[in-house]
Design a protein around this ligand. Structure first.
Ligand SMILES: [Mg+2]
Length: 347
C-alpha cells in the first residue's frame, strides 16, 4: 500500500523529492535565494546593508520529544519554531532555513510529509525559505537539526549583554504553559486534569510554540537594551543575561504572568512551572524605565502582551545574583545555576 511506504523503500533522493514537494511553493523559492534545494550548496543574496544572523538547534528523540506524545506536523512546526525564536530574540527577520534529518529508515513517508507540512506552514507564516539540508542515517534515535538565517534590522540586533543597572526586566506572554502541557502529556490519560477544557491549549503551548518575531522587532525598535528567548525557564535563562551584562537582578514573583489554566490545573506548583519550566519561547528582555510605556503600547499593537517583573541592579560580588520577592512576601536570593544539558535530570 502506498500510504505505508517507508524511507528505506524510496531512498534518500526519493525522500528529498517528496519532502520538497510537501512544502508550499512560496517556501521553496524567493527571498533572495539564487540556488536552492538540489545543488551542492545554497546561494543567497542577503538584504543589502544588513547583518546575517545565524542560529542552529537540534531536537533528539527521547531527549527533546517523544514520538508517542507529539504528532509529526507539530514536530515539524516546533523544530523550526525554536530556531525562529532565537532569531526573534535578536530582533532579526527570519529568512532561510536548512534542515537535517537523522532517520532510522523505517519512518513512514506519510509521517515525514506531515513533518514538512508543519514546518512549511510556519516557514510560510514568517516568509522563510527552506533552502536545503541533508538526510543521514541515525540508527538509535530520530534526530533533527535546523539552521536558520535572518537579517538584522537597520544593521542592529538585540544581544544578552546590553542590560544596565536601573533597567526593568520584562517578559512577553505568560510563563509556565509549556511546562504545564508537558506535565499533562506525562499524566495518565484518565487523569481528570487531562480532560479539563483547557488541557489541549496547554499541550499545544508545549508542542507548537509560537515564536515572537513581531515582538522581537518591537523590542529592538522601542529601546530594549537586551533580550533572549525563554527556552530553559526564567530562572535558567535570566542568569545568562545577567552574566553577559555583568549585573544582578530582582524579580517579583507576584508579578509573573501565569495563565489562569496553569494556576487552576496545578494549584500547588504553578509558580514553579512559571519560574523554572522551560520551552515557553517567550522573550525575556530589559529596558530603561523610560521605554516601558512605549514598549507596552507597541507590543499590544502587535497583538501581544508585555509584563514587567523586576529590575536590574549593580552586581555586588563577582557573580550575578537574583533576589526574589516571593508569593509569600518574603525575600530570598538565588545563586543562579544555569540549566545544564549534561547535568543531573531535574526532579
Ligand atoms: Mg535562545
Amino acid at each position: 500500500m502506498t500510504n505505508d511506504r517507508r524511507v528505506r523503500d524510496i531512498g534518500e533522493f526519493g525522500l528529498i523529492e517528496r519532502l520538497s514537494a510537501a512544502l508550499p511553493a512560496q517556501v521553496r523559492d524567493g527571498g533572495g535565494l539564487e540556488v536552492g534545494i538540489g545543488d551542492d550548496a545554497a546561494v543567497w543574496q542577503p538584504v543589502a546593508g544588513e547583518r546575517v544572523v545565524v542560529t542552529t538547534d537540534s531536537l533528539i528523540e527521547n531527549v527533546h520529544f517523544r514520538l508517542d506524545w507529539t504528532d509529526w506536523a507539530s514536530l515539524g512546526h516546533k523544530m523550526l519554531a525554536v530556531n525562529i525564536s532565537d532569531l526573534a530574540a535578536m530582533g532579526a527577520d527570519p529568512k532561510l532555513a536548512f534542515v537535517t534529518l537523522g532517520l532510522r529508515g523505517d519512518e513512514r513517508i506519510d509521517d515525514l510529509e506531515s513533518l514538512y507540512r508543519g514546518l512549511g506552514a510556519l516557514a510560510r507564516q514568517h516568509g522563510m525559505i527552506v533552502a536545503g539540508g541533508d538526510v543521514v542515517r541515525s540508527p538509535r534515535a530520530v534526530a533533527f537539526q535546523v539552521t536558520a538565517l535572518g537579517n538584522s534590522r537597520r544593521g542592529r540586533v538585540l544581544t544578552r549583554s546590553g542590560a544596565n543597572a536601573g533597567d526593568l526586566i520584562g517578559v512577553t506572554g505568560t510563563l509556565g504553559a509549556s511546562a504545564a502541557g508537558l506535565r499533562l502529556l506525562a499524566l495518565n490519560p484518565t487523569d481528570l486534569r487531562r480532560q479539563a477544557a483547557t488541557a489541549d491549549r496547554l499541550i499545544e503551548a508545549h508542542l507548537k510554540p509560537e515564536p515572537r518575531v513581531a515582538l522581537g522587532t518591537v523590542l529592538l525598535e522601542h529601546g530594549a537594551t537586551s533580550a533572549m528567548d525563554l527556552s530553559d525557564g526564567l530562572l535558567g535563562d535570566l542568569p545568562k543575561i545577567l552574566s553577559a551584562s555583568r549585573v544582578s537582578g530582582r524579580i517579583d514573583e507576584r508579578r509573573i504572568p501565569v495563565a489562569a489554566a496553569v494556576r487552576a490545573l496545578f494549584a500547588d506548583e504553578w509558580i514553579g512551572l512559571a519560574m523554572r519550566g522551560g520551552e515557553d519561547y517567550e522573550l525575556l528582555f530589559t529596558a530603561p524605565p523610560g521605554a516601558k510605556a512605549a514598549i507596552e503600547r507597541a507590543v499590544q499593537g502587535a497583538g501581544g502582551t508585555a509584563t514587567f517583573i523586576g529590575d536590574i541592579v549593580p552586581m555586588e560580588s563577582n557573580r550575578p545574583t537574583i533576589e526574589i520577592m516571593g508569593l509569600d512576601n518574603r525575600l530570598r536570593t538565588e545563586l543562579p545555576g544555569a540549566f545544564d544539558h549534561f547535568g543531573p535530570a531535574e526532579s
